[in-house]
Design a protein around this ligand. Structure first.
Ligand code: FAD
Length: 431
């Protein structure tokens, strides 16, 4: 809707409605935007920062797996946005409609322009529910659920409790997605419940994955396969969900078999869907976008490849790491350090190594803690005797249930950076 306004502005035909300026403008008040603001202010409290975020609530999305598993109540994963905006940062409650990086401005949904010295883009990604035909109409009923929605995750646990027999499908769309392990986590926790309640023998569980492997980093696959076998799960690779008929309870998959592609229909009693995921539309359509529509940043410094005063972090960027809040925890200090260097007239000197983490909830009380950097290199945070990430671990479950939420709200969102001190680029390159 704002295209004419933006075009007119480019053509110099009319002046902006109103304009304000902030030294640093952050787009998005999700994990990335809040953590970056906190890390910046911790380093330099005098910075003038504005966070542009339309929602009045912030969600701790890593908790949704535990909501779907009946461990957390959904309210534990939500906080008022005003409570997470760091002290000292301004909040502009608007959506960003477009970017004018040549003019150091963003355009808001209301047509207002905000100019900046430095832009930090952390808009997350788009959950494209509508890309699966029939899905939006049936989500949250007819046995169709997803832990990828705040309001939907409790329905997953409702369905799991209700199901006594029949067919349960769990789907995974093409990569990249946020928290690539989450489709499986939902499945294992459901199977664990059915096993504990003596029902698993009557439930036929199938994992329909658009990809060709169970998990992208091979070191974790043996432990996961033990659970696949224990729960009697059928693995169907190269199965991409394309349509759902909720009333008839039938899911349609595009199946790639060598050179051949065919459509396969599967009836279900319950289906856990993970939606296809893309860069947000307003990013895709912007000059910040590179290949695939993602924000085109250097994978080490996180600085935009074309615009030297623009940085990006979180799920919306082009960096080939696991899109997780754990990645954000390491990225935010890198962005903060490099932005301050830039403001001081220095070159960015610290780099992100691609760290991401995926705590795979293989049963209630045990987790396979996948931690890896660029190229699938294993980068465990703990010694093997404490937590061996390639094996199911009770301590890792405690970490996920108790410590990680606390770290998110109390450390990451206040600019404390344990185990996340930014490293010089030369050191990161040498490792
Ligand atoms: P988000 O946190 O999604 O925030 C993006 C923000 O941008 C939002 O607040 C949004 O409102 C805002 N925004 C959007 N459009 C605009 C606009 N036009 N203008 C201004 N603002 C805008 N991570 C882990 O580390 N461990 C896990 O176990 C884990 N499990 C997960 C399980 C599930 C089911 C899900 C859904 C996610 C999980 N994640 C996990 C991933 C993690 O939540 C994300 O990687 C993280 O939230 C990314 O942060 P972000 O800031 O990039 O995006």
């Amino acid at each position: 809707a704002l295209a004419p306004e933006i075009e007119a502005r480019h053509a110099g035909r009319h002046a902006p409605l109103r304009k304000r300026h902030h030294q640093i403008v952050i787009v998005g008040g999700g994990a990335g935007g809040i953590a970056a603001a906190a890390s910046l202010l911790r380093r330099r409290p005098s910075l003038d920062i504005a966070i542009i975020e339309p929602r009045d609530e912030h969600f701790y999305q890593p908790g949704w797996t535990l909501v779907g598993g009946g461990v957390f109540d959904k309210s534990q994963t939500r906080r008022p946005m005003r409570d997470v905006i760091p002290t000292g940062a301004n909040w502009i409650q608007q959506g960003v409609a477009g970017f004018l990086p040549e003019e150091n401005e963003v355009v808001l949904d209301n047509g207002e322009h905000v100019s900046y010295d430095v832009l930090v883009a952390a808009p997350g990604l788009k959950l494209d529910w509508a890309a699966v035909k029939g899905l939006p109409e049936t989500l949250g009923r007819n046995g169709v659920t997803s832990n990828y929605g705040y309001g939907l995750a409790p329905y997953t646990f409702e369905l799991v409790q209700e199901l006594r027999g029949g067919k349960a499908l769990f789907t995974q769309p093409p990569m990249p997605i946020k928290c690539a392990g989450a489709p499986q986590k939902a499945m294992y926790l459901s199977c664990d419940y059915w096993m504990r309640h003596g029902r698993l023998g009557d439930i036929d569980v199938e994992f329909c994955n658009a990809g060709g492997v169970l998990f992208g980093v091979a070191a974790y696959v043996p432990a996961l396969m033990e659970y696949v076998q224990k729960y009697g799960i059928d693995l169907s690779f190269n199965h991409n969900l394309v349509a759902i008929d909720g009333d008839a309870k039938v899911a349609t998959f595009k199946v790639v078999d060598g050179d051949e592609t065919r459509e396969v229909q599967k009836p279900f009693d319950m289906i856990h869907v993970v939606p296809p995921q893309t860069a947000p539309d307003f990013i895709k359509a912007s000059p910040l976008a590179g290949e695939g529509g993602w924000i085109d940043v250097d994978q080490g410094t996180l600085r935009h490849k074309k615009y030297a005063n623009v940085w990006g972090l979180g799920d919306g960027t082009s960096t080939p790491n696991a899109k997780t809040a754990a990645a954000v925890r390491k990225q935010a200090p890198v962005v903060a350090e490099n932005v301050i260097a830039h403001l001081d007239g220095r070159e960015p000197g610290v780099c992100y190594d691609g760290y991401g983490s995926c705590p795979l909830t293989v049963e209630r009380g045990k987790i396979v803690l996948a931690e890896f950097a660029y190229g699938g290199k294993l980068v465990p945070s703990f010694p093997k005797w404490f937590i061996d990430g390639t094996r199911p671990s009770r301590l890792a479950w405690l970490l996920k249930e108790r410590t990680l939420p606390w770290m998110y709200w109390r450390l990451m969102f206040r600019g404390h950076e344990p185990l996340a001190r930014p490293q010089p680029c030369a050191k990161v390159a040498a490792e």
